[in-house]
Design a protein around this ligand. Sequence first.
Ligand SMILES: [Zn+2]
Length: 92
Amino acid sequence: MDAVRYAKVKCQPSIVLRIIDILPTLGVDKMKKELMEILACPMCKHHPLDLRIDKQDDKEIIAGSIKCSKCGLEYPIEDGIPNMLPPEGSSD
Ligand SMILES: [Zn+2]
């Protein structure tokens, strides 16, 4: 059972890294509305994603969430940084 879990978790960091890697490439390290134009769901590749803003300043979204309307996954934005880690990785 551990092997199965390991295999499942093992494939996730690459997904997360792909998202994180594009942020510096774009010259941004914080969540901006413009980012929604290029962000796709790491799980199902759906685009565009839905943005919910809880808190923002002039340029950045400080807190909120990014939701995929296709597979239903929701990714939190905290301190201006989108956490695109698939939710099952944090449970347990
Ligand atoms: Zn999705």
